[in-house]
Design a protein around this ligand. Sequence first.
Ligand SMILES: Nc1nc2[nH]cnc2c(=O)[nH]1
Length: 443
Amino acid sequence: MGRSRTAVARRNADQYFGLSAAGTTVRTEVVGGVTTFLAMAYILFVNPQILGTTGMDISAVFVATALAAALGSLVMGLWARYPIALAPGMGLNAFFAFTVVLVMGIPWETALAGTFVSGILFFILAVTGVRGAIVNAIPLHLKFATGAGIGLFIAFIGLRNAGIVVESEATLVGLGDLRRPETLLAIFGVLVTAAFLIRGFKGGVFYGMIFTAAAGVVTGVIAAPAGVVSAVPSLAPTFGAAFGSIGELFTAQMAVVILTMLFVDFFDTSGTLIAVANQAGFLRNGELPRANKALMADSVATMGGAVLGTSTTTSYIESSAGVSAGARTGLASVVTAVLFVLSIFFSPLLAVVTPEVTAPALILVGVFMATALGDIEWSKLEYAIPAFMTVAAMPLTYSIANGIAFGLFLYPILMVLKGRWRDVHPITYALFVVVTAYFIWLM
Ligand SMILES: Nc1nc2[nH]cnc2c(=O)[nH]1
């Protein structure tokens, strides 16, 4: 009886998520979902630290982060059916805390209300199809460049987290102290993970993380977890705080804040969706099927996250770790969502997933994503220059959105100079105006 019920459940899952059609299995999707979760789990600890600088309650933000990630990943998995997980974004939480609250002096409750409204605007763009049209109008070589640039960006984050790249006053960045125990652990992790991958293990990124965490605990570099289960902290300090401040949104300052949140999330999400979809082989003639559903999942997560008490929730580039472990369907995102819900009970165990443990995954996934460079037509300079600037700007300005904006700014100008102005999509000219306005606002 039990076995036949399991068989029926498997068949239903196969049909709903299209596992066989995608050449995957329940087991592979579970490994992919767990891999993505482990690659993202650091956000559970980093996000409360960053948002806590605004005076928000750290424990409440921890729970809000987990639940917003779970909500977004679940909607993405069940509705858009992509192996793309979501969580509060690293660039956007820094903008929320350091720019909006600490520099502009806006209360965090009002900033949360602004986040909520940016989610509504995002939703409207997705429902009306405007967003999907914009995503699909981005030229193919800029899509490849976006994937490769994000690869360099996350490798840079990984190298920093590992302590291999450090800041330098003279040259901005430099080589870190390779004798530091945490750095040595990360280097060990890169080698072990690379070994798994080179030997053809699909879950190599995941297994590499387990080995690295275990080696960290055995050698004492990572403190053994204090326990396994702990009580769930209260959400009360942040839940619904956004709604008390809706009245304070009607200022020019908040209009700029909301539009910036929308712009950054828009290009970050678009770039991430395209990069992960390209890696997984989902693009059809350079376009993403069901793009609007994926975008709506993203906007629902931002609205839900703002109500719970976190800055913008976005599609995570770390999903590419799960895709490299074999994930091809929404089932993997559902697995990631379940793990985010469970994480609110098991917070002491997550403490062993330190930045050194996730660094090897970020660095090696960066390698996979950089392979998209091979698809760019480097001999055509009107493509090569915008593509190169897109790739270079992402790690060097520490922003996915800036990289895309560089490309969208340069491409139409160079096509006009080449005399090929007719070959540029009208939407691409409209995007040129938008990114030019963005650069002017930044100045
Ligand atoms: N795409 C994307 N991935 C992330 N991973 C961690 N933070 C981010 C972010 O802001 N955007």
